[in-house]
Ligand binder design. Structure first.
Ligand code: CA
Ligand code: CA
Length: 342
């Protein structure tokens, strides 16, 4: 029995070894198979990654070309728009061309146009002239300027602050006005008249007002300061509303007359006025009041004109702005330092 048990156990051991050997060889095959699968998987992943990278590069290249084409197209349109704006400005510089002339609008093919406007600079407040008058106690001009700032939405306290700071900026002394500001830390009024309209941005109290677009549309320093009058034939609606005794119906009635039958400002059918009396009457001032406003309102006295020329190419717009002055019947002079490309 003992020998039989031994034989059985030795046979079992042989089976076990065989099984082990079979198992181990199948494990090897399995490992190899897995390894091959993993190698194939890695190769597939690598191919996919390469494809992805290549696609990304092609897309990026295509986008780059598209951007360059867009930029190049924009640059061309920008240059064309600038050239068109300059063409309009050059036409405005001809002595025979008057405000509202049909020559001030034109086109060079589809989508390429220029539109130029000539307006009298005297329709604006000459800030140097107004400041000088206010320093001398001119109540009429003080009320007009305050009314204008009110129409522009400036609060009462802020209006007083803006005006006093403007006067302190310009006046010769270093004595602060009630709401003004003279020299202090980081602030030094030059105590002289404004040399550039942009200087107003540095005056205390004017920061918010001058941060708005076109804040200087109704201001100038380039009309003759000695005249210091507002010409209603060129003034904006807000400037007209600031004049003594003006109401919205009176101003709108005047504007309708000024624009002519087509209702558009700056065209050939605009009303032509011949005298200050005619202008004051059109504004609705009764005869006795006309003398009271004659020192503030002028007509056709200052020859300075503002030219705004807009050139368009496609969706790109460029603007050229300058001031010109009639130097005689047949010549026009560009006011130095006023040519601006916006
Ligand atoms: Ca001062
Ligand atoms: Ca002062």
């Amino acid at each position: 029995m003992g020998a039989l048990r031994k034989l059985k156990s030795s046979v079992a051991a042989v089976y076990d070894r065989r099984n082990e050997s079979v198992l181990s060889s199948s494990a090897v095959i399995d490992r190899r198979y897995r390894k091959r699968r993993s190698t194939r998987g890695a190769a597939l992943m690598l191919s996919l990654w390469a494809l992805f990278l290549l696609s990304a590069m092609v897309i990026s290249w295509a986008l780059d070309i598209d951007t360059r084409l867009t930029l190049s197209g924009h640059a061309t349109r920008s240059l064309e728009a600038e050239a068109l704006a300059c063409s309009g400005a050059e036409i405005a510089l001809h002595p025979a061309v008057k405000a509202g002339s049909v020559l001030l609008h034109g086109s060079f093919g589809p989508g390429k146009t220029f539109r130029t406007r000539i307006t009298g600079e005297a329709g604006r407040f000459n800030l140097n002239g107004f400041a000088t008058a206010l320093i001398q106690g001119d109540q009429q001009r003080l009320e007009v300027l305050k009314k204008y700032l009110e129409l522009k939405g400036v609060e009462l306290d802020e209006r007083d602050r803006m005006i006093d700071c403007l006067l302190d900026w310009v006046d010769a002394d270093n004595v602060e006005r009630l709401n003004g500001a003279e020299e202090g830390p980081g602030y030094k009024p030059p105590n002289r008249l404004l040399q550039r309209i942009e200087e107003v941005k540095r005056i205390k109290g004017w920061e918010e007002f001058t941060s708005k677009e076109d804040w200087d549309a109704d201001f100038t320093i380039n009309t003759q300061q000695s005249l210091n009058k507002i010409d209603p034939t060129w003034a904006s609606r807000d400037v007209l509303l600031s004049l003594p005794g003006m109401t919205e119906p009176l101003v709108d009635q005047f504007l309708t007359l000024r624009r002519g039958p087509d209702g558009i400002e700056g065209t050939e059918d605009d009303a032509v006025f011949h005298s200050l009396t005619e202008v004051l009457t059109a504004l609705g001032y009764p005869q006795p009041v006309q003398n009271q406003v004659a020192g503030l309102i002028g007509f056709n006295e200052d020859p300075t004109m503002r030219v705004i020329s807009e050139g368009k190419s496609g969706d790109v717009t460029r603007i050229v702005r300058m001031l010109i002055r009639k130097a005689g019947t047949n010549s026009i002079q560009l006011v130095p330092g006023t040519w601006k490309e916006l």
